[in-house]
Design a protein around this ligand. Structure first.
Ligand code: NDP
Length: 327
């Protein structure tokens, strides 16, 4: 196993997003030399799109020439909510294919020792037997609402295998469930469920208007706090050397309903006004549980942050950074 040792340069693409900022936080705040803290000789680089548009091969190569990364955590992606995914299928397909191809090929050309790319549970087939696990990625077409994003992400797993078989590269991938935390996208129209509801609840409190949640509140989801996910990426970087992906998630028994999410948000925001569900709006899939058995068997135990504690921290961050947050 090739761990990051003396003089490792770890490049995090998408280093300014929700997950990248969480990795930066963990590396800076965990005790030096500890399992998730910075190790001697490590240099961490958190790149944004302003350092180079990774859809373009030339700036991608220039980024690699500048930092000469020995390890890469590849997070950069065109990411969006359901509406944007449905409207811009080709853009999601093409931008993400280009970004992933440029990053993986530059990593191969620069003999990068290890690359961990980020997939998503959206890559799984629409019609599949639950729980999701790492062997089911390619067993049927993805949901048609986000097939552009899903196919581009699936291809990373195909590329990882091809780079390994033809060139012996140590490329792998991680599959997180729904992520939330500080530095998320809190846009009202185009965000994921937790940041969108936090913003909505905050506005309802400010404007003395009702807090209305679309749907019945009954669907169940697995949410992972970005700081926990960050630790799991750092673990993969140091301790996991296999091409096959790993689902990074809380357990199936830790699914949370949208109502539980909304209740926790109301409490954390301190909202005391009218709060109701708009049952005329669609609910989406009732549940789509993913198994974290592989992760737990490999990591040997991991303490996930309790949901309410993580949500409180996220709401606190949003309230303190309202003007700077992505809204
Ligand atoms: P964000 O949208 O918060 O951040 C995206 C990052 O990618 C930013 O740093 C952005 O840079 C960078 N980026 C986007 N386009 C380009 C480009 N053309 N060239 C260079 N950099 C680019 O995403 P998240 O942190 O939420 O997601 C990180 C990864 O996790 C993604 O691969 C995503 O698919 C995956 N994921 C996310 C989930 C979630 O719930 N959020 C769930 C499952 C998987 P800049 O700031 O300069 O724009």
């Amino acid at each position: 196993m090739k761990e990051c040792t003396m003089s490792s340069v770890i490049l995090v693409t998408g280093g300014t997003g929700l997950v990248g900022k969480a990795i930066e936080h963990i590396i800076a705040s965990e005790p030096e030399g500890s399992r998730f803290g910075k190790r001697p000789g490590e240099k961490w680089v958190f790149a944004s799109s302003s350092e180079g548009d990774l859809r373009d091969p030339a700036p991608t190569r220039a980024l690699y020439e500048k930092y000469k990364p020995t390890h890469v955590i590849h997070l950069a992606a065109l990411v969006g909510g359901l509406f944007k995914n449905m409207k811009y299928k080709l853009t999601f397909l093409r931008d993400n294919i280009l970004i992933n191809d440029n990053v993986l090929h530059a990593s191969y050309e620069h003999q990068t020792q290890k690359v961990i790319s980020c997939l998503s549970t959206c890559v799984f087939p629409d019609k599949v037997e639950y729980p999701l696990d790492e062997n089911k990625i390619h067993t049927g077409p993805p949901h048609e609402s986000n097939f552009g994003y899903a196919h581009a992400k699936r291809m990373v797993d195909v590329q990882n295998h091809a780079y390994k078989e033809e060139f012996g590269c140590n490329f792998t991938s991680a599959i997180p469930t729904n992520v939330f935390g500080p530095h998320d996208n809190f846009d009202l129209e185009d965000s994921h469920v937790i940041p969108g509801l936090i913003h909505k609840c905050y506005l309802a409190k400010q404007n003395n208007t009702p807090f209305i949640i679309s749907g019945t509140g009954k669907p169940l989801r697995q949410f992972i706090f970005s700081y926990d996910l960050a630790k799991l990426f750092i673990w993969m970087l140091r301790e996991y050397d296999d091409v096959e992906p790993v689902i990074l998630s809380v357990g199936e028994d830790e699914e949370i309903s949208i109502k539980q999410v909304a209740d926790a948000i109301v409490k954390a925001v301190g909202f005391e006004g009218e709060y109701k569900f708009d049952t005329s709006k669609a609910d989406g899939q009732f549940r789509k549980p993913a198994s974290n058995k592989k992760l737990l068997s490999l990591i040997g135990g991991f303490q996930f942050t309790p949901f309410e504690q993580a949500l409180d921290l996220t709401v606190k961050w949003f309230l303190e950074n309202y003007n700077a947050a992505r809204t």
